[in-house]
Design a protein around this ligand. Structure first.
Ligand SMILES: Nc1nc2c(ncn2[C@@H]2O[C@H](COP(=O)(O)OP(=O)(O)OP(=O)(O)O)[C@@H](O)[C@H]2O)c(=O)[nH]1
Ligand SMILES: [Zn+2]
Length: 338
């Protein structure tokens, strides 16, 4: 698309810097003051689906304007849209601005992967979905999702599905010392899913869902967002895996207010980007006892002079709580599998 000269600024405001093909620059030039605000709900091969509020609300397809450069636009981004924002079939708008992100959930493919991927922007809650059985819970993966949430400043909410198949209590007990809120869902006799415990946590929030394939994430989303039509899959009898039917994140409106962002089933959650020194900040009761730690103390169990051990000995910190914190910290260590 050709760069258009912007006619909406006053020449007198511009400090002209003539140059090879460069146009006049000014900090005061209003950058698309007329842009409509949209929420990116899906990304597919360079096309962005955006929800535009207002009367009536509409869904607009957009491309990213050249002036954004290589800046990624991800699901959950609040963007400025210009051009054809009618949302009519065949129309195409341009994203000219990405608003500052309140949060960024990142992952790397694995711990050696230098390439960070942004999973979603602006989520304020991370629903970590695990089944009580079928497939068996993967505690290390759950722990790593929790670490990513704490690191990103996103509140985690642990969701245990398939409680009709087995008692969720032992699994929930493992997480009790972390003080992470938990919700439980189960299949009902009429073939549906009872997800009432989840609904109250979603209102007016942006909740990203993560979980590995087969835990019932799509089934849950369909229950939370009637008409979402997320494809659910049986575990494949040949490969033993879920069908990996979902391939990229999609934001869906919750009827009572708020958004859920479904993300593709994951097998691992690379944490190469996470600074372990920051994890303690999510545990203020423990952080308060680290003043006497030696410089650079990671507070891990094998730190010889960690002040948390002294605090434990004198009863100032809770043993289960400290153990759980250290388990999360250790989940970053490399280990075969996940
Ligand atoms: N018994 C029982 N089965 C469930 C429950 N929730 C989902 N399922 C079944 O579990 C299987 C997997 O569910 P999905 O919703 O497709 O799982 P998913 O996590 O979205 O998996 P991917 O699409 O591969 O990422 C399906 O056969 C569902 O019917 C539940 O609460 N109880
Ligand atoms: Zn320490």
């Amino acid at each position: 698309m050709a760069r258009r000269a912007t006619a909406s600024y006053d020449e007198g405001d511009v400090r002209v810097r003539p140059g090879r093909g460069s146009r006049p620059r000014s900090k005061r030039r209003p950058a698309h003051a007329d842009a409509r605000r949209g929420l990116v709900t899906a990304v597919d091969r360079g096309r962005y689906t955006c929800f535009v509020d207002g009367a009536p609300t509409r869904t607009v397809t957009a491309m990213s304007a050249r002036e954004l450069g290589r800046k990624a636009v991800v699901v959950g981004d609040q963007v400025g849209l210009v051009g054809d924002v009618s949302g009519q079939p065949g129309s195409l708008a341009r994203i000219v601005r990405v608003e500052e992100r309140a949060t960024v959930l990142r992952r790397t493919a694995d711990d050696d992967d230098p390439v960070e991927r942004i999973v979603v922007a602006n989520a304020d809650q991370l629903l970590v979905v695990t089944a009580v059985t079928d497939p068996e819970p993967r505690p290390r993966l759950i722990d790593r999702c929790l670490v990513a949430a704490f690191d990103a400043g996103i509140e985690p909410l642990l969701c245990v599905t398939k409680a009709d198949l087995a008692d969720p209590a032992p699994l929930l007990a493992t997480y009790a010392p972390l003080d992470v809120p938990t919700v439980v869902t189960r299949a009902t006799d009429d073939g549906g899913i009872d997800a009432s415990s989840v609904v109250e946590h979603l209102r007016d929030r942006v909740t990203a869902l993560v979980g590995h394939s087969g835990v019932g994430k799509s089934t849950l989303v369909n229950e939370l967002v009637p008409g979402a039509d997320r494809v659910t899959g049986e575990v494949n009898v040949v490969t033993g895996r879920g069908r990996h039917t979902s391939t990229s994140a999609v934001a869906l409106p919750v009827p009572a207010g708020g958004w859920v962002i479904d993300t593709p089933g994951i097998r691992s959650f690379g944490l190469a980007h996470v600074d372990p020194a920051r994890l303690i900040l999510a545990f203020p009761d423990l952080a308060a006892e680290t003043a006497d730690c030696p410089r650079g103390c990671t507070h891990a169990a094998d730190e010889p002079e960690c002040a948390l051990d002294a605090a434990l000995a004198t009863g100032r910190v809770d043993r289960d709580r400290l153990d759980s914190f250290r388990r999360l910290l250790a989940s970053r260590d490399r280990q075969a599998g996940d």
